[in-house]
Write a protein that binds this ligand. Structure first.
Ligand code: ADP
Ligand code: ZN
Ligand code: ZN
Length: 718
């Protein structure tokens, strides 16, 4: 027997796995080993075994060490599938499922033995010590050791959990509404489901009960949430209901904390993993249910390599990917039968070992999910509060960034949220005399003015330089600022209105705990404005907010991307979900120069089904997902010729894939000093196109003349 080991290197040019002789220590699929590799030593993962090797026996080398913790075999299979599905490499995909670095921390734990006191004499201090057991020995170790010597106490090391902080949230026991009960019955029947309901319609309560049902069946659960800092309530409610059986997997955890949570899941001590997209790799035992909260959230797509989509990975992990969807028949809550498509496959066949349950929820589901999954609908808010009316304000010809109606509403509202999806003071700087535009030296984009920090900054690479006081091309001191970002809006509102203004964007969210602090201050303030980027539209719950304003809906709508409509609709609808959650009611104003755009009109009517029907028809006509799969390849290098040539080769090769059409190669703007060229493949046969693109990239990457070119493949780009 030999072990097949995938060495963990990042290069694309090395194709594993490689054969190794078995060491003394037992190995399994998922064992992490240290292996001699050429003249170096590398970490590697055992991906399989074989009877014989093509390598001669006397040339086979043996791993030098085996790590104590191993990866569950199920996650090895998942990683190898991801490597192929996202045209990446096994090594890069395996990196995602590795246990966190760290070691268990132990403490001495003292407990009473069965020994009876039998009239043994105890000092009051000793009696109190015995009464307080079991607990960590801590500073009483000496006194406890003396009781141990008398046979009354047992002291042993025990793994100590470095518990991550969970914001406490109240949890009330409620009886499910009939709509919730119907949804739960459908999920109990098995399969993958979309739970559609506006904010406050009781979706989280369904997740909680579906989780309890899975635990009762002896299954483990993964709950995916968008960024935890922005959704502390959901995490808090799971922690409140399920206590220590919840493991929180959070990118901001310390190394020790992350290790402990991973270990608790791997050992089966914790049964529920909750966290952002990477929690889809949690080593949960007997996984039976994955919940995806706010399934439309773009954060579920990973921008590293492999560029995985946690929603697709979840469907694979639960055994619900690619199988032909079967129609939900068990339940009245199913509004419409699903249609076959790529991505998540729906169905209500009874779950078994092969198929766990998937429950994706949102007020604004993605067209892909709406199309692929059978739907469970929660039509009303639990408290029967109506959704706030949305008014569209026409900004064509407006000279002031705020419509008069918006200004009036702001003076009347005590608390309001304003969304402007652009940070900084102004979008760009120009010279009034010669027309020079200040651009990033590394990227072909304009620099954004950040006034408080006195810099102009590149939002793509982070380049910063001092604000110029004159034009370095012509010497003119007359510089013009164009456009407005959140920083400027904050300053103007603070000047115009007599209430505190809180700004939430990537610039104010940097420091640890900055976001919860800021949100808590806004929540506690009797009056105030919360101004920020799309971060302000996430799942916060401020009952006294009566006004929501989308300052510039065009910022997302004009984005050159087929998802622009979907994003705009979701942003407006999500902001509407923030306003009017209390007895004071509320309303939403949307400023736009495209008041008739279907996405804006549908959002104003709170018409999610209408929007999605129109959007799906448009996607079908244009052959966009879910009616075709997109694969994007970006080639980049310091000089422009290489990426252009490599992209051309890939376009030619991929064009031969059955039913695929190829867009490009097209130049992209220079980024971080690298020239880029892109190819987009629209595929009708997903499998064939992924294979063709993967082979084309591999062939191009192996060619000597492209050794300076980097290749990034994005399957299902967002
Ligand atoms: P969503 O996740 O859709 O925003 P939640 O599950 O958070 O909705 O429910 C909104 C509010 O209604 C919460 O305060 C929740 O405790 C409450 N709630 C949910 N279901 C019920 C129910 N069946 N009976 C009473 N209150 C409920
Ligand atoms: Zn000039
Ligand atoms: Zn830059």
């Amino acid at each position: 027997m030999i072990a097949r080991v995938e060495p963990l290197t990042t290069t694309r040019r090395l194709g594993g796995p490689f054969d190794y002789a078995l060491p003394e220590a037992p190995l399994a699929v998922g064992s992490i080993v240290r292996v001699p590799f050429g003249r170096q030593a590398l970490d590697g993962v055992v991906t399989g075994f074989a009877e014989t090797s093509v390598v001669a026996d006397d040339r086979l080398v043996t791993p030098t060490a085996v790590r104590e913790e191993s990866i569950p075999a199920e996650l090895i299979e998942l990683a190898l599938w991801m490597a192929a599905e996202y045209c990446s490499t096994p090594a890069r995909a395996l990196q995602l499922v590795l246990p966190p670095r760290g070691r268990a921390r132990t403490e001495l734990w003292a407990a009473r033995t069965d020994a009876l006191l039998d009239g043994q004499r105890l000092t009051p201090n000793q009696a109190a010590l015995l009464d307080g057991l079991p607990r960590a020995a801590g500073t009483d170790l000496g006194a406890l050791r003396r009781l141990e010597a008398r046979g009354l106490v047992a002291i042993a090391p025990r793994a100590r959990r470095r518990a991550p902080l969970v914001l406490g949230a109240a949890d009330r026991a409620v009886a499910p509404t009939s709509a919730q009960a119907e949804a739960l019955a459908a999920v109990a029947g098995g399969g993958a489901w979309l739970l559609h309901g506006v904010t406050g319609s009781g979706k989280t309560e369904v997740y909680l009960r579906a989780t309890a049902a899975a635990l009762a069946r002896g299954e483990g659960v993964i709950v995916l949430v968008p960024e935890i800092a922005l959704t502390p309530q959901t995490v808090g409610r799971f922690a409140a209901r399920f206590g220590d059986t919840v493991a929180l997997l959070h990118s901001a955890l310390g190394e020790g904390e992350r290790y402990d949570e991973w270990r608790r899941l791997r050992d089966g001590e914790a049964r529920i993993a909750i966290g952002p997209r990477s929690a889809v790799f949690a080593p949960v035992r007997d996984l039976g249910l994955i919940v995806i909260d706010e399934e439309h959230d773009p954060s579920y797509k990973h921008e590293g390599d492999p560029r995985y989509d946690a929603r697709t990975v979840a469907a694979f992990r639960i055994g619900r990917l690619g199988s032909p969807p079967s129609v939900g028949t068990s339940d009245a809550a199913v509004a419409e039968a699903p249609v076959g498509s790529a991505g998540m496959a729906g169905g209500s066949e009874v779950g078994g070992a092969a198929g766990g349950r998937l429950l994706a929820g949102s007020a604004t589901p993605r067209p892909e999910t709406w199309h692929a999954l059978p739907r469970l609908t929660l039509r009303e808010r639990v408290d029967d509060r109506p959704l706030p009316p949305v008014r569209v304000l026409d900004m064509r010809g407006a000279r002031h960034p705020l419509h008069p109606e918006t200004r009036r509403a702001l003076t009347e509202a005590r608390k309001a949220i304003l969304l402007l999806n652009r940070r900084g003071w102004s979008n760009f700087l120009t010279c009034r005399t010669c027309g020079k535009v200040w651009e990033c030296p590394q990227c072909d984009v304009a620099l954004v003015l950040h006034r408080a920090e006195r810099v102009v900054a590149c939002h793509h690479c982070g380049h910063r330089e001092p604000v110029p006081d004159r034009c370095d091309a012509c010497g003119s001191p007359a510089l013009a600022r164009h456009g407005a970002g959140t920083e400027r809006l904050e300053a103007e509102l603070a000047e115009a209105l007599d209430v505190p203004v809180f700004r939430l964007d990537a610039d104010t969210a940097g420091a640890k705990d900055a976001v919860p602090r800021l949100l808590n201050r806004f929540a506690a303030a009797p009056a105030g404005l919360l101004v920020g980027t799309q971060m302000v539209a996430k799942g916060h719950d401020f009952p006294d907010v009566t006004l929501g304003v989308v300052v510039d809906a065009d910022a997302t709508l004009r984005f050159p991307d087929f998802r622009a409509e979907e994003r705009t609709f979701a942003l407006i609808a999500q902001l509407a979900g923030r306003a009017g959650r209390g007895p004071l009611g509320g309303r939403v104003l949307v400023q736009t120069t495209a008041p008739d755009a279907p996405a804006i009109q549908a959002a104003a009517r709170h018409d999610t089904p209408g929007f999605l029907a129109g959007e799906l028809a448009r996607r079908e006509a244009l052959e966009y997902p879910p009616f075709a799969d997109l694969i994007r390849v970006v080639c980049s290098a310091a000089a422009p010729a290489g990426p252009r040539a490599a992209a051309g080769e890939i376009a030619d090769a991929a064009g031969h894939a059955a039913g695929a059409s190829v867009l490009g190669p097209a130049p992209l703007f220079r980024l971080r000093g690298r020239h880029r060229s892109q190819v987009v493949v629209k595929a009708r046969d997903r499998r064939a196109a992924i294979a063709a693109v993967g082979a084309a990239v591999e062939a191009a990457a192996r060619r000597r003349e492209h050794r300076d070119v980097a290749f990034a493949v994005d399957v299902d780009p967002q």
